[in-house]
Design a protein around this ligand. Structure first.
Ligand code: GLC
Length: 474
């Protein structure tokens, strides 16, 4: 089974969110299952020199994007047994950031067209091309437009990691920027009102669609969650399935994480209290204070539930807990938590930054992880927290619902509330704090989370099954 995994970010080379974690761990897990999975991504200037030095230049060609003819170099690197290809074009990818450039549409259309055009040049013909999110949504569209048998022999899978980001552009870009024929718009494959939506094109043109948890797959049929694409999803639900993400359990492991003060595991929980003290020292909290620490490790954006956290912050703090926030995002939330830190007398710590080392310390030193996302396709923080014995408190949606079994159910590994309201969130925080007082019960919760199988083993096999059934149809 040969699969080309196409994606706009992949750990450890370049990462802004959970997508990179998936791209850095799922292909590895699939390779362990015996598949030949290779990953292809843009060669951004953000990719560090230490990786570039290890890359081999393979070849260059010119890619046709509408009326443009653009240079495209191809580099390659093998990391932890997985082959990574990098698409080089400095005009598109030598930028200060990865996303949020004025011409993101053209940049990722170039990447998608480049992937399509180099497929026959690779000397390695994949059975399946697996695309992820809107940045690669044009690949199934471009591949279907190619007439040769070469392309019709390759199946495509498109994974939706978050339907909020769809790649929506004015219809005037359809031909001029993306080089798409008019019929894709007029027949409604890409059309969304007066705009075009690249993700919609992929949903219609890909041979199979997946999303990152079974609950989110159901939710996507619902207007509340689908950001305007619910009918498109319903139309295509015959080829849609939800597969919950795993995490890299070797990487996220408190037993050998070098960033934390003391290593610990499910049988050596004592180390975790040392990590809590260390975190307190690092953040300027009183290390002799044993009140519980609630942590949030997340992008600070509305759909991650920060509206609820902000409106009820002082109610949360009235419960004799401390709060640690780590992440960047919306400037209003960043400033809100900075102010809260100043006004809270050592009970709020605002870490407005992106730092994996700090994140490890926060996961290890926290008691509870608060993740009240309004919607959550899968969510990785709740799984990482469990691994570190930090008990998740979540809004029961999407992947949060599929990974957290709320107390007091049998085998519970966390807490959940069901209505998206700060009232319900506060109630469940109260409830969790009550359970926290019962040391034995709490340790059972921690233990169950830490020993949970959060690896890719199971889910990688589900992807393999899909690839295999598609290969049969080819
Ligand atoms: C997106 C989603 C998140 C998911 C991640 C990886 O970032 O918002 O829920 O875990 O993709 O699939």
């Amino acid at each position: 089974m040969k699969v080309l995994f196409t994606v706009s970010e992949a750990s450890p080379f370049v990462k802004t969110g959970g997508l990179a974690d998936v791209a850095g761990s799922l292909p590895k897990a699939l390779c362990r299952e015996g598949a030949d999975v290779r990953v292809i991504l843009p060669l951004y200037s953000a990719i560090e020199e230490k990786w570039r030095l290890k890359m081999n230049f393979l070849f260059y060609t010119y890619v046709h994007l509408a009326w443009r003819r653009q240079y495209c170099g191809l580099f390659c690197l093998v990391h932890e047994g997985v082959t990574y290809y990098f698409i080089d074009n400095e005009y598109y990818f030598k930028r200060s950031g990865i996303y949020s450039e004025f011409d993101d549409g053209e940049r990722f259309a170039f990447f998608s067209k480049a992937v399509t055009e180099i497929l026959p040049l690779l000397g390695w013909d994949p059975d399946v091309v697996h695309c992820n999110d809107w940045q690669t949504a044009l690949i199934p569209v471009y591949m279907k437009l190619e007439a040769s048998d070469f392309y019709s022999g390759i199946k495509t899978v498109f994974t939706i990691h978050n339907i909020e980001y769809q790649g929506r552009f004015s219809k005037f870009t359809s031909d001029d920027v993306f080089g798409l024929p008019e019929w894709l718009f007029s027949q409604g494959i890409t059309r969304y009102g007066d705009d075009i939506v690249l993700m919609k094109g992929a949903i219609y043109q890909a041979d199979f669609i997946t999303t990152v948890s079974p609950s989110y797959a159901h939710e996507l049929c619902n207007e509340y969650f689908a950001c305007g694409l619910h009918e498109v999803i319903r139309d295509n639900s015959y080829k849609l399935t939800g597969i919950v993400n795993g995490i890299d359990t070797e990487y996220f492991n408190p037993l050998n994480d070098r960033s934390i003060a003391v290593n610990y595991g499910p049988e050596t929980l004592g180390g975790k209290s040392e990590c809590k003290k260390d975190l307190c020292r690092e953040l300027g909290f009183d290390e002799n204070d044993s009140t519980p620490i609630i942590v949030c490790v997340s992008r600070l954006v509305e759909h991650k539930g920060f509206g609820l956290v902000a409106e009820s912050l002082w109610d949360i703090l009235s419960k004799n807990v401390r709060l640690v926030v780590l992440g960047t995002g919306n400037i209003e939330y960043e400033n809100f938590f900075r102010n809260a830190e100043i006004n809270s007398k050592g009970r709020v710590s605002a870490n407005i930054m992106y730092s994996e080392t700090r994140a490890s310390k926060v996961y290890a030193g926290g008691d509870m992880l608060l993740m009240p996302s309004r919607s959550e396709p899968c969510g990785l923080a709740q799984m990482i927290a469990m691994r570190y014995g930090t008990v998740p408190i979540v809004h029961a949606v999407g992947g949060l619902q599929d990974t957290v079994r709320p107390h007091p159910s049998e085998n519970s590994n966390g807490f959940a509330f069901y209505n998206y309201s700060s009232y319900d969130m506060l109630k469940v925080i109260d409830y969790a704090l009550e359970i926290y007082k019962n040391k034995e019960e709490w340790q059972n919760l921690m233990h169950r989370g830490m020993t949970e199988d959060l690896s890719w083993n199971c889910s990688a096999n589900e992807y393999l099954k899909i690839y295999k059934s598609l290969k049969k149809q080819a």
